[in-house]
Design a protein around this ligand. Structure first.
Ligand SMILES: [Zn+2]
Length: 394
């Protein structure tokens, strides 16, 4: 396979790992190395392209405000020189979170995303809530050990509780990798879209809109990495054990759409962590509701696949993508992972204010990736009003 020549971009990045991390085993260290890699692999080039400083700090030891070491809450902050130019961006994620996301990937995500695992879920719809409970009890064992004995003991206790081994790493590394790409890219996108460097500073409403924009930029980068860059070579097809370019695009699209559905579960877990255990996809003062965030990303990804890959994808391939999405969403709703109140909240016309504000900011900030998404964002209110009036009529 012909490889692209590497481009040397000078950069100066630091990763601050929890101090006892390297006393752990390979499968326990992997989530940390991969998260840092995912921030850097997209962050260095993206921030350079925007003429922003390329000093990145990835800090697993710094707690974002209002977080505990296990709260799913990644953040990015900018530090400025005296003249107001940014000198570094710090990406913080609480120290147990990569391990927790890995456990989620191994126990819940890899089953949900694989054909065999999902067949089991379809045969027994309760199995997804069982997997969820076992993941939560594993994470709980980790938190208890953290309180008594600190970081290293916490990771070990949680892995032991769940019986995780190297076999799980082989099975779930792709799922974890893609889940954390979505999180890491979103954080990098906050800096990339000049959220910290634009004057005037964003209002509260704009900060909520910036969340949607960061989601959409991240989706675009994920699409590039996972689908658009699919090599059209015999060597790659042999590696994936697939016969044609069309099949590789279909398979990569299928997986990427499944990986994206994992985000809903992660939003739900994060909601439960801050709401005393109540599973919720509600937003907050600075975040749109989780279900809205997910649906916009899903529609954006789906539109990218449809507008760029038909052909080679055929109409029945899109039927397969649609069916695959339907059955998985159905499983999430039936198992209670997505509360039905959150599905109903999808039809809230008031959320369109944030979507349209996002469209205006995309134009103002000239975000190259999202230029084409502006008409779509501005059309949502119309689609929604029609859907609501049809529903009333029925
Ligand atoms: Zn964000």
């Amino acid at each position: 396979m012909k490889r692209r020549a590497p481009i040397d971009t000078p950069h100066n990045s630091t990763v601050i790992y929890p101090s006892t991390l390297f006393s752990l085993e390979k499968d326990e260290i992997f989530p940390y190395e991969r998260y840092a890699y995912n921030v850097l692999s997209v962050g260095v080039d993206a921030l350079n392209a925007q003429g922003l400083c390329e000093k990145l700090v990835i800090d697993f030891t710094q707690l974002p405000t209002n977080s505990s070491p296990w709260t799913i809450n990644a953040s990015v902050t900018a530090h400025f020189a005296a003249d107001g130019s940014p000198i570094e961006f710090v990406f913080a994620i609480p120290e147990l979170v990569p391990a927790i996301l890995y456990m989620f990937s191994a126990v819940v995500g890899s089953e949900f995303c694989s054909d065999e695992g999902f067949e089991k879920i379809q045969r027994n719809p309760n199995s997804i809530s069982d997997q969820f409970h076992s993941f939560v009890s594993g994470a709980g064992a980790g938190v208890r050990a953290y309180r008594d004995r600190g970081f290293g003991a916490a990771v070990r206790a949680a892995y032991d509780h769940l019986g995780l081994s190297m076999t799980h790493l082989r099975k779930s590394s792709d799922v974890y990798d893609s889940l954390t790409k979505q999180i890491a890219y979103h954080e990098v996108a906050h800096a990339y879209i000049h959220q910290f460097t634009r004057e005037p500073r964003p209002s509260q409403a704009e900060r909520v809109a910036f969340e949607l924009i960061a989601d959409l930029v991240a989706t675009e980068w994920i699409y590039n990495k996972m689908i658009r860059n699919t090599p059209d070579t015999d060597e790659y097809r042999a590696f994936r054990q697939l016969g044609s370019y069309r099949e590789t695009i279909l398979y990569n699209s299928l997986l990427t759409l499944r990986y994206q559905e994992l985000l809903i579960m992660v939003f739900a877990i994060a909601g439960a962590q801050t709401q005393g255990g109540k599973v919720t996809l509600e937003g907050g003062a600075y975040h749109p509701p989780g279900m809205h965030r997910y649906m916009l990303q899903h529609l954006h990804l789906y539109t990218l696949i449809r507008s760029n890959f038909s052909p080679p994808l055929l109409e029945h391939d899109f039927d397969q993508l649609d069916h695959d999405w339907d059955v998985r969403m159905d499983a999430l709703v039936r198992s209670g992972v997505i509360p039905s109140s959150d599905v109903e909240s999808l039809l809230q016309i008031s959320e369109c204010d944030t979507v349209e504000l996002a469209a205006r900011l995309i134009e103002e900030l000239r975000i190259p990736e999202l230029k084409k998404a502006v008409p779509f964002l501005n059309s949502i209110r119309g689609h929604l009003s029609r859907a609501i009036s049809n529903e009333k009529r029925e």
